[in-house]
Design a protein around this ligand. Structure first.
Ligand code: MD3
Ligand code: FE
Length: 204
C-alpha cells in the first residue's frame, strides 16, 4: 500500500487476474439487470462520455433537470439496482476501515476515447467514509489535486486490478481521468476500462 497523499492509499495489483475475471463476470450480470445509461450534466444536459450503472441499494445518477443525486431506482428502467456482488463487499471490509457497509457501487464504463473531467465526489452524506475505487481493463492516466479546483495536480497511471482508497483529508480532492492507454489489458474488450467506486451514501 502506497500513501499518495494523506488518506489516499494505492494498492497496485490488489486483485489477481482470476479475481478480476470473476468481478467482470459479476458486473456483466449487473449490466444485464441494470443496463448502462448515459448521464447528462445538470442544467446543460450535455452527455457524459462515460456510461454508467450501479449496484447496491442506492445508485448515483445525473440528468439535466434533477442534477447529481443518489436514488433507489434505475433512471431508465425504473427498477431497483441489483445487489452488490459479494467480492466487492469483501474488498470494502478488507480495505475501507469503516464500520458500515457501502450502499452504492457506481460502475463507470469507459470506451477507449472516454474521459472524466476534474470534479469532487460530494453527493454522499457520510464524509467520514472513504470511497474505494477498483480499476479493471485498460490502464488510464488519472489526475488528482487538492481541495480547490486550481490547486496543483499530480498524475498517476491506474492499471487493471489496482485499488485506491480515498479517505481522510483526500476525500474531497479534485480528480479526473485524462485518457486511456490502448493495448494495456486483455481483460475488457476494445481497449475499454471499467471503474467501480464503492460509496457509503447515508450517515452510518
Ligand atoms: C480522488 N471515477 O466515479 S475512481 C467517479 O476512474 C470517479 O472512474 C474515477 O472519479 C474513475 O466519481 C476515479 C476514484 C478516485 C481514484 C483516485 C483518487 C478518486 C480519487 C485520487 C485522489 C482523489
Ligand atoms: Fe469521482
Amino acid at each position: 500500500m502506497t500513501e499518495l497523499a494523506p488518506g489516499l492509499l494505492l494498492r497496485p495489483a490488489h486483485f489477481s487476474r482470476t479475481q478480476q475475471e470473476a468481478i467482470v463476470d459479476a458486473i456483466r450480470d449487473v449490466v444485464r439487470a441494470a443496463p448502462l445509461f448515459t448521464p447528462t450534466m445538470p442544467r446543460t444536459g450535455k452527455p457524459f462520455s462515460v456510461r454508467m450503472t450501479n449496484c447496491g441499494p442506492l445508485g448515483w445518477v445525473s440528468d439535466r433537470d434533477g442534477g447529481y443525486r443518489y436514488q433507489a431506482a434505475h433512471p431508465v428502467t425504473g427498477g431497483p439496482w441489483p445487489q452488490m456482488p459479494a467480492a466487492l463487499l469483501a474488498a470494502w471490509r478488507e480495505l475501507a476501515d469503516f464500520e458500515a457497509p457501502p450502499e452504492a457501487c457506481l460502475v463507470n464504463f469507459y470506451a477507449a476515447d472516454a474521459r472524466m473531467g476534474l470534479h469532487v465526489d460530494s453527493d454522499e452524506q457520510e464524509p467520514r467514509a472513504p470511497v474505494l475505487s477498483i480499476s479493471l481493463g485498460a490502464t488510464c492516466l488519472f489526475r488528482y489535486g487538492g481541495l480547490k479546483r486550481n490547486d496543483r495536480t499530480k498524475s498517476i497511471k491506474l492499471a487493471s486490478g489496482d485499488v485506491v482508497v480515498i479517505g481522510g483529508p483526500s476525500r474531497f480532492c479534485y480528480h479526473g481521468v485524462d485518457r486511456l492507454y490502448p493495448g494495456t489489458s486483455t481483460l475488457v474488450a476494445n481497449d475499454s476500462r471499467i471503474n467501480l467506486t464503492l460509496r457509503r451514501v447515508t450517515p452510518a
